[in-house]
Design a protein around this ligand. Sequence first.
Ligand SMILES: Cc1cc2nc3c(=O)[nH]c(=O)nc-3n(C[C@H](O)[C@H](O)[C@H](O)COP(=O)(O)OP(=O)(O)OC[C@H]3O[C@@H](n4cnc5c(N)ncnc54)[C@H](O)[C@@H]3O)c2cc1C
Length: 405
Amino acid sequence: MTPTNSANRTERACEVMIVGGGPTGLFLATLLADLGVDVLVLERRAAPSAHSRAIGLHPPAVAALHEVGVADAAVAAGARIRGGSARSRGRELGRLSFERAWPRRPFVLSLPQSRTEELLEERLIELAPAALRRGWEVTELRATLHGVEVTAQPDLGADPDAGPLMVRARVVVGADGARSRVRDLLGVGTTGAQYPDTYLMGDFAAPDAAGADRDAVIHLEPGGVVESFPLPGGGNRWVAHTGPAPPSAASLDDLAEIVRTRTGVRLEAASATMISAFTVRRRTARALVTGRCVLIGDAAHEISPIGGQGITLGWLDALDLAPLLQQAAENRQHGSLRSHPAWQRFERACRSRARIARLLAHANMALGRPLPVPLAVARDVAVRVALGTPARRVMAWAYSMGWAR
Ligand SMILES: Cc1cc2nc3c(=O)[nH]c(=O)nc-3n(C[C@H](O)[C@H](O)[C@H](O)COP(=O)(O)OP(=O)(O)OC[C@H]3O[C@@H](n4cnc5c(N)ncnc54)[C@H](O)[C@@H]3O)c2cc1C
């Protein structure tokens, strides 16, 4: 929070400054640029990430992409997951379809996060060519009478002589992810917990006709859940529960072996393009609006990736936030944003969506934990019954975030 004095520092002013050019920051910037708001995004990575990371975009996320004009390109580039089936010990327990919950867009779109970010970045550059600046890490924030002064340090690998950048903004948005620096600089604490679950995740070329179908398949096995999601281009993402302690290393052979022993599906490790191991945490910021700074996306609420709701939540935050930022820019409002009822409503709406998503992710993880065979048999019966009754429609609505419309 201390001011920087440097001979070669560059100064700039803008109405809204977004820290972080991940999916949430890029989406909000594109919305604002479309509304004519003077927006600047500082992203610490000098180049886009190639890691596929998130692949699931729920129907509200596809609707959000319509708002910025990239839904058609995203749908053309992605794979449509029209439903999901649950299997256990070699038998299908039942299937659910997204058609009733989403008659117009009856699918969850599978698209690697790297491609989603690329589409958003292209659109942002079309609307506001200078809005995204890569290779700048925000390190300081200072509240002023009319807004916030932000200091960012350059990526010295790209330009060893570059000095810091100082930006004066009316409002600063922290869209800088789960380990948010903005949140720390504001002194905003978090609540949350680590879950006793770890997973291995890998992207493989489709091994056979069954692997190439366009439904998600959830194998509820006694040894722990194995999930398979179609990828654009015919392959599948496989995710397997690996118990309470993370494996010492993420190995393709280990994942292929877990999938084979639990489900009988043989994966070719040589066909894989990605492997990673992850642990699971939930974390929520104690305040989303502080002074003239706002937190959204994972910076505001990190939830378990099981269920794939994180990007959708961040974009719904951004859709609610963009008109408030436009008004703040147009009306030249001063003072703390929190004192305005509209900003309090915004915070309540974000928190309430994140709470529902967190509960669903929690239920999803609990369903997929390892169980002794007698309890796994009881679980199979309960799932078969639920998927054989109209309750499956409620499940399809809940899994595809129908509640977030
Ligand atoms: C294994 C895994 C699988 C997942 N699968 C799904 C899925 O299928 N569907 C789904 O919806 N979600 C999924 N998620 C969650 C999803 O990836 C996140 O919810 C999403 O990336 C959050 O986006 P964000 O923009 O808020 O944060 P991030 O993606 O973390 O982006 C933050 C950006 O801010 C930048 N940054 C950080 N600090 C600074 C700084 N000081 N200055 C400048 N820039 C900074 C970072 O470089 C980064 O680019 C998954 C997550 C994991 C880990």
